[in-house]
Design a protein around this ligand. Structure first.
Ligand SMILES: Nc1ncnc2c1ncn2[C@@H]1O[C@H](COP(=O)(O)OP(=O)(O)OP(=O)(O)O)[C@@H](O)[C@H]1O
Ligand SMILES: [Mg+2]
Length: 240
Protein backbone atom coordinates (compact mmCIF):
# COMPACT_ATOMS: atom_id res chain seq x y z
CA UNK A 1 0.00 0.00 0.00
CA UNK A 2 1.67 3.23 -1.07
CA UNK A 3 1.27 6.15 1.28
CA UNK A 4 -0.36 9.39 0.19
CA UNK A 5 1.45 11.31 2.92
CA UNK A 6 4.82 10.39 4.39
CA UNK A 7 6.35 12.46 7.19
CA UNK A 8 9.92 11.58 8.17
CA UNK A 9 11.99 12.89 11.06
CA UNK A 10 10.10 16.15 11.04
CA UNK A 11 11.49 18.88 13.25
CA UNK A 12 9.38 22.01 13.51
CA UNK A 13 8.53 24.83 15.88
CA UNK A 14 7.61 28.45 16.18
CA UNK A 15 11.07 29.85 16.81
CA UNK A 16 14.47 28.86 15.43
CA UNK A 17 16.31 26.55 17.80
CA UNK A 18 13.19 25.75 19.84
CA UNK A 19 11.77 22.61 18.24
CA UNK A 20 8.31 21.50 19.36
CA UNK A 21 8.05 18.58 16.94
CA UNK A 22 11.34 16.78 17.51
CA UNK A 23 11.75 14.17 14.85
CA UNK A 24 8.28 12.79 14.17
CA UNK A 25 7.51 10.25 11.48
CA UNK A 26 4.18 8.94 10.22
CA UNK A 27 2.47 7.86 7.05
CA UNK A 28 -1.08 7.52 5.84
CA UNK A 29 -2.45 5.83 2.74
CA UNK A 30 -5.34 6.80 0.50
CA UNK A 31 -8.60 5.86 2.19
CA UNK A 32 -6.96 5.42 5.57
CA UNK A 33 -7.62 7.37 8.77
CA UNK A 34 -4.59 7.89 11.02
CA UNK A 35 -5.27 9.29 14.49
CA UNK A 36 -2.61 11.51 16.08
CA UNK A 37 -3.03 11.30 19.84
CA UNK A 38 -1.05 12.47 22.84
CA UNK A 39 -1.16 14.51 26.02
CA UNK A 40 -1.72 18.26 26.10
CA UNK A 41 1.25 20.14 24.73
CA UNK A 42 2.77 17.07 23.03
CA UNK A 43 2.98 18.99 19.77
CA UNK A 44 0.02 17.46 17.91
CA UNK A 45 -1.30 20.78 16.60
CA UNK A 46 2.21 21.95 15.79
CA UNK A 47 2.79 18.76 13.80
CA UNK A 48 -0.45 19.27 11.87
CA UNK A 49 0.40 22.90 11.18
CA UNK A 50 3.96 22.08 10.14
CA UNK A 51 2.69 19.43 7.71
CA UNK A 52 0.22 21.97 6.32
CA UNK A 53 2.86 24.68 5.86
CA UNK A 54 1.67 27.01 8.62
CA UNK A 55 4.52 26.41 11.09
CA UNK A 56 8.14 26.54 9.87
CA UNK A 57 9.90 23.21 9.27
CA UNK A 58 13.49 23.07 10.55
CA UNK A 59 14.34 19.68 9.02
CA UNK A 60 12.86 16.42 7.87
CA UNK A 61 10.61 15.41 5.05
CA UNK A 62 6.93 15.75 4.15
CA UNK A 63 5.99 13.93 0.95
CA UNK A 64 2.63 14.17 -0.71
CA UNK A 65 2.21 11.38 -3.28
CA UNK A 66 5.99 11.11 -3.38
CA UNK A 67 6.60 14.83 -3.88
CA UNK A 68 8.62 16.72 -1.28
CA UNK A 69 6.58 19.60 0.12
CA UNK A 70 8.19 20.27 3.52
CA UNK A 71 8.34 23.98 4.16
CA UNK A 72 6.21 24.91 1.15
CA UNK A 73 3.74 27.70 1.82
CA UNK A 74 0.25 26.61 2.85
CA UNK A 75 -1.53 27.91 -0.26
CA UNK A 76 0.81 25.91 -2.50
CA UNK A 77 0.21 22.78 -0.45
CA UNK A 78 -3.52 23.29 -0.75
CA UNK A 79 -3.20 23.43 -4.52
CA UNK A 80 -1.07 20.28 -4.52
CA UNK A 81 -3.74 18.35 -2.63
CA UNK A 82 -3.12 18.83 1.07
CA UNK A 83 -6.19 20.06 2.94
CA UNK A 84 -5.95 21.41 6.47
CA UNK A 85 -8.77 22.10 8.92
CA UNK A 86 -7.49 24.22 11.82
CA UNK A 87 -9.02 23.82 15.25
CA UNK A 88 -10.29 27.40 15.50
CA UNK A 89 -11.09 30.24 13.14
CA UNK A 90 -11.73 27.75 10.40
CA UNK A 91 -14.71 29.54 8.82
CA UNK A 92 -15.54 33.19 8.10
CA UNK A 93 -18.36 33.84 10.56
CA UNK A 94 -19.67 36.93 8.77
CA UNK A 95 -19.88 35.24 5.36
CA UNK A 96 -22.65 32.92 4.24
CA UNK A 97 -22.09 29.17 4.00
CA UNK A 98 -21.99 29.44 0.21
CA UNK A 99 -19.55 32.39 0.22
CA UNK A 100 -17.29 30.48 2.60
CA UNK A 101 -17.13 27.64 0.09
CA UNK A 102 -16.79 29.99 -2.85
CA UNK A 103 -13.85 31.75 -1.25
CA UNK A 104 -12.17 28.44 -0.42
CA UNK A 105 -12.55 27.41 -4.07
CA UNK A 106 -11.22 30.73 -5.34
CA UNK A 107 -8.10 30.50 -3.17
CA UNK A 108 -7.04 27.22 -4.78
CA UNK A 109 -8.35 28.00 -8.24
CA UNK A 110 -10.89 25.16 -8.16
CA UNK A 111 -13.87 25.09 -10.54
CA UNK A 112 -16.29 26.71 -8.15
CA UNK A 113 -19.84 25.88 -9.19
CA UNK A 114 -19.06 22.23 -9.83
CA UNK A 115 -17.13 21.69 -6.62
CA UNK A 116 -19.68 23.46 -4.47
CA UNK A 117 -22.48 21.37 -5.98
CA UNK A 118 -20.48 18.27 -5.04
CA UNK A 119 -19.98 19.58 -1.51
CA UNK A 120 -23.69 20.25 -1.11
CA UNK A 121 -24.38 16.67 -2.14
CA UNK A 122 -22.06 15.41 0.60
CA UNK A 123 -23.38 17.91 3.17
CA UNK A 124 -27.14 18.29 2.59
CA UNK A 125 -27.54 20.24 5.85
CA UNK A 126 -25.13 22.87 4.59
CA UNK A 127 -27.00 23.02 1.29
CA UNK A 128 -30.19 23.85 3.17
CA UNK A 129 -28.40 26.60 5.07
CA UNK A 130 -26.35 27.95 2.20
CA UNK A 131 -27.50 31.54 2.67
CA UNK A 132 -27.00 31.59 6.41
CA UNK A 133 -23.99 33.38 7.88
CA UNK A 134 -21.50 30.76 9.07
CA UNK A 135 -21.44 32.42 12.49
CA UNK A 136 -25.08 31.44 12.95
CA UNK A 137 -24.57 27.74 12.28
CA UNK A 138 -24.64 25.27 15.17
CA UNK A 139 -21.23 24.09 16.41
CA UNK A 140 -21.55 20.80 14.57
CA UNK A 141 -22.57 22.42 11.31
CA UNK A 142 -19.77 24.94 11.61
CA UNK A 143 -17.26 22.09 11.87
CA UNK A 144 -18.89 20.45 8.85
CA UNK A 145 -18.42 23.73 6.97
CA UNK A 146 -14.77 23.88 8.00
CA UNK A 147 -14.29 20.35 6.63
CA UNK A 148 -16.27 21.25 3.52
CA UNK A 149 -14.05 24.30 2.92
CA UNK A 150 -11.01 22.03 2.82
CA UNK A 151 -12.77 19.51 0.54
CA UNK A 152 -13.53 22.14 -2.10
CA UNK A 153 -9.91 21.82 -3.21
CA UNK A 154 -10.36 18.02 -3.72
CA UNK A 155 -7.48 17.17 -1.39
CA UNK A 156 -5.86 13.74 -1.47
CA UNK A 157 -4.75 14.23 2.12
CA UNK A 158 -6.86 15.93 4.77
CA UNK A 159 -5.32 16.97 8.10
CA UNK A 160 -7.79 17.95 10.83
CA UNK A 161 -6.99 19.47 14.20
CA UNK A 162 -9.54 18.36 16.78
CA UNK A 163 -12.68 18.56 14.68
CA UNK A 164 -14.70 17.29 17.65
CA UNK A 165 -13.53 20.01 20.07
CA UNK A 166 -16.44 21.72 21.78
CA UNK A 167 -19.04 19.37 20.29
CA UNK A 168 -21.39 17.09 22.17
CA UNK A 169 -20.57 13.38 21.80
CA UNK A 170 -23.51 13.02 19.43
CA UNK A 171 -22.40 15.87 17.15
CA UNK A 172 -18.81 14.65 17.32
CA UNK A 173 -20.07 11.30 16.04
CA UNK A 174 -21.76 13.07 13.11
CA UNK A 175 -18.49 14.73 12.19
CA UNK A 176 -16.60 11.44 12.55
CA UNK A 177 -19.15 9.60 10.41
CA UNK A 178 -18.62 12.22 7.72
CA UNK A 179 -14.85 11.72 7.93
CA UNK A 180 -15.35 7.99 7.45
CA UNK A 181 -17.38 8.76 4.33
CA UNK A 182 -14.64 11.07 3.02
CA UNK A 183 -12.01 8.38 3.63
CA UNK A 184 -14.14 5.85 1.75
CA UNK A 185 -13.89 8.20 -1.22
CA UNK A 186 -10.12 7.62 -1.12
CA UNK A 187 -8.91 10.62 0.85
CA UNK A 188 -6.07 9.97 3.33
CA UNK A 189 -7.01 11.49 6.70
CA UNK A 190 -4.76 12.60 9.54
CA UNK A 191 -6.97 13.20 12.56
CA UNK A 192 -5.44 15.06 15.51
CA UNK A 193 -7.71 14.32 18.47
CA UNK A 194 -8.05 14.72 22.23
CA UNK A 195 -10.96 12.36 22.17
CA UNK A 196 -8.85 9.20 22.33
CA UNK A 197 -11.57 6.54 22.47
CA UNK A 198 -13.65 8.02 19.68
CA UNK A 199 -10.58 8.59 17.51
CA UNK A 200 -9.37 5.01 18.01
CA UNK A 201 -12.83 3.71 17.15
CA UNK A 202 -12.77 5.64 13.88
CA UNK A 203 -9.13 5.33 12.78
CA UNK A 204 -7.40 2.33 11.27
CA UNK A 205 -4.05 3.23 12.80
CA UNK A 206 -2.80 5.74 15.32
CA UNK A 207 0.37 7.39 16.54
CA UNK A 208 0.82 8.72 20.06
CA UNK A 209 2.97 11.81 20.21
CA UNK A 210 4.86 12.61 23.42
CA UNK A 211 7.18 15.59 23.65
CA UNK A 212 7.26 16.01 19.91
CA UNK A 213 8.12 12.40 19.09
CA UNK A 214 6.09 9.33 18.22
CA UNK A 215 6.10 7.24 21.41
CA UNK A 216 3.66 4.56 20.28
CA UNK A 217 2.09 3.55 17.01
CA UNK A 218 0.04 0.74 15.62
CA UNK A 219 -3.38 -0.54 14.68
CA UNK A 220 -6.03 1.51 16.42
CA UNK A 221 -7.83 -1.54 17.79
CA UNK A 222 -4.61 -2.88 19.32
CA UNK A 223 -3.62 0.49 20.79
CA UNK A 224 -7.05 0.86 22.36
CA UNK A 225 -6.24 -2.05 24.69
CA UNK A 226 -2.52 -1.39 25.06
CA UNK A 227 -1.59 -0.44 28.64
CA UNK A 228 1.27 1.68 27.29
CA UNK A 229 -1.33 4.06 25.87
CA UNK A 230 -2.33 5.22 29.32
CA UNK A 231 1.31 5.48 30.40
CA UNK A 232 2.07 7.71 27.41
CA UNK A 233 -0.69 10.09 28.49
CA UNK A 234 0.45 10.02 32.09
CA UNK A 235 4.05 10.73 31.12
CA UNK A 236 5.33 7.30 32.15
CA UNK A 237 7.32 4.70 30.28
CA UNK A 238 10.14 4.63 27.75
CA UNK A 239 10.02 5.11 24.03
CA UNK A 240 8.57 1.99 22.42
N1 LIG B 1 1.86 29.93 18.46
C1 LIG B 1 2.77 29.40 19.30
N2 LIG B 1 3.94 30.03 19.57
C2 LIG B 1 4.86 29.48 20.39
N3 LIG B 1 4.71 28.30 21.02
C3 LIG B 1 3.56 27.62 20.80
C4 LIG B 1 2.54 28.12 19.94
N4 LIG B 1 1.53 27.23 19.92
C5 LIG B 1 1.91 26.22 20.71
N5 LIG B 1 3.12 26.45 21.24
C6 LIG B 1 3.85 25.56 22.17
O1 LIG B 1 4.10 24.32 21.52
C7 LIG B 1 3.96 23.24 22.42
C8 LIG B 1 3.06 22.21 21.84
O2 LIG B 1 1.79 22.79 21.57
P1 LIG B 1 0.71 22.12 20.63
O3 LIG B 1 -0.40 23.09 20.54
O4 LIG B 1 1.34 21.65 19.38
O5 LIG B 1 0.32 20.85 21.50
P2 LIG B 1 -0.93 19.89 21.36
O6 LIG B 1 -0.39 18.50 21.45
O7 LIG B 1 -1.71 20.24 20.17
O8 LIG B 1 -1.72 20.19 22.69
P3 LIG B 1 -3.30 20.19 22.97
O9 LIG B 1 -3.66 18.78 23.26
O10 LIG B 1 -3.43 21.05 24.17
O11 LIG B 1 -4.00 20.73 21.76
C9 LIG B 1 3.45 23.83 23.74
O12 LIG B 1 4.54 23.91 24.60
C10 LIG B 1 2.98 25.21 23.35
O13 LIG B 1 3.19 26.12 24.39
MG1 LIG C 1 -3.62 20.93 19.86
Amino acid sequence: MSAALVVEDLVAGYEPGLPIVRGASLSVAAGEILAVLGPNGAGKSTLGKAVAGIVPVASGSVRLDGREIAGDPAHRMARLGLGFVPQTENVFAELSVEDNLDLAAAVVGAPRAQRIAGIFELFPDLARQRRLDAGRLSGGQRQMLAVARALVASPRVLVLDEPSAGLSPKLAQHVFAKLAEIARDGVAIVLVEQNVRAALALAGRAVVLVEGRVRLEGEAAALAIDPRLRDAFLGRGEAA
